[in-house]
Design a binder for this molecule. Sequence first.
Ligand code: SAM
Length: 273
Amino acid sequence: MKKESIVAKKKFGQNFLKDENVLRKIVEAMPKNDNKIVEIGPGLGDLTKFLVDVKSVEAFEVDTDLCKLLQSTFKKEIATKRLHIHCGDVLKAWQSELVDEPYDLVANLPYYIATNIILKALADPMCKNILVMVQLEVAEKFCAKVGEKVFGSLGIITQSVGSSHIVVKVPPSAFDPQPKIDSAVFLIQKDKDRSDKSFEDMLRVAFTQPRKTLMKNLSQKYEKNLLQEVFAAQELVSTIRPHQVSTSDYHQLYKLINKGSLDGRRETGNTKK
Ligand code: SAM
């Protein structure tokens, strides 16, 4: 199959990045290290071409037509083991270890599963850095700082393992076919591994109603008396909203709430899912 005869499949979130300036900016923003690269959704291989020039790449592509095209485009790189193409759904491959050595994720992600992929990469101890293109709104959530309206679980989980910033905003005209939304490339540099399901569960409760107070949200799951004590110990006013509390304060809250619960107080048990 020739590149020109490929028709983009909506169900796989195929919007191919055509703007060479953006492709170059992605490569320039890559952290300098010896890590392998994992590319999810190489598509027609436009970004892959730049990546294999710099490093060896493990690429995961779900679309069998594109897999065939990539296998013929990159014959030489595959033969020299510079590139390895895994054909199939990356989320299935990720049910066990994705790659058994340190890697950086560099990709123009399929938007319909982008958040899921980034959360998996954040929790994966082998993943050291994440440089990805996603919908602008999603990038802003992962890069949000305390006090910003969009600061929520995604920003807190990100700040718990490292730092993040937006590299470049990308208009629909950079793609073929053009998406209806703006996009952005952003970078997360991980400097620690901290994946804690029950901390993330607390965040989910903290942001159930983002415009209500943090106290009101948390009291769905934890005893009010305990929360009042913990808020007082941390000098948090009871009217504070969830987006106004910093990542380190959330970690401290989590510690104190758990300690309080262990000291004999119980969860209220009426969590809304
Ligand atoms: N990297 C290419 C580019 O920049 O032009 C294509 C990016 S396109 C937005 C997303 C790619 O992810 C498509 O090639 C699509 O087939 C692939 N994809 C979608 N779902 C996938 C999945 N579950 N596992 C692996 N690849 C997937």
